[in-house]
Design a binder for this molecule. Structure first.
Ligand code: ZN
Length: 169
């Protein structure tokens, strides 16, 4: 069965950016998604269309088809007081939740001073050209519940707490 809209796809991938290995699903559950629902980045979803189980390919996705460009306006220096944190309890790489006018926003701690904290609220992969080495594992028709939720259910996909028999969430 080939990958098309409203089919559920599982695939293994290894992700690298600019020659650096970032993450891989191999050794764990394959990734599971509902095709055509925008569950994964657009450049990868497009490259998967029409593929079949067992197919293996590589695709390079520019930032505009992945996590978007970096926005330097999202790099900010805030007082620890305003953040409501004790700077002694923060280290670079920690993720904190910022309150913004547009709602909560996750930001990575870049640098911690005595009173000030430098933060970057860009997605860690923003601005990066990503290369995916993909192996399609399985393609099946989506179940009615999955179409209704606009995501795939099961290991590697969306989990609703109490397992697959729990009431729809
Ligand atoms: Zn669901």
């Amino acid at each position: 069965m080939e990958i098309a809209k409203n089919r559920v796809v599982s695939f293994h991938y290894a992700l690298s950016a600019e020659g650096q290995d970032l993450e891989s699903s191999r050794g764990g559950e394959p990734m599971l998604y509902l095709h055509g629902a925008g569950n994964i980045i657009p450049g990868l979803e497009r490259a998967l269309a029409g593929r079949r189980s067992g197919e293996r390919f590589s695709v390079t996705v520019p930032p505009e088809d992945a996590y978007g460009p970096r926005n330097e306006g999202l790099v900010v220096r805030l007082s620890a007081k305003r953040l409501g944190v004790n700077p002694k309890r923060l280290s670079p790489g920690n993720v904190v939740r910022l309150k913004t006018r547009r709602g909560p926003q996750m930001a990575r701690v870049m640098k911690v001073g005595r009173f000030m904290v430098d933060l970057d609220a860009n997605h860690p992969m923003a601005g990066k050209t990503l290369t995916f080495d993909v192996e399609v594992v399985e393609v099946r028709e989506a179940r009615a519940e999955e179409l209704e939720h606009r995501h795939a259910h099961g290991p590697g996909g969306h989990q609703h707490g109490g397992g697959e028999d729990s009431p729809a969430a």
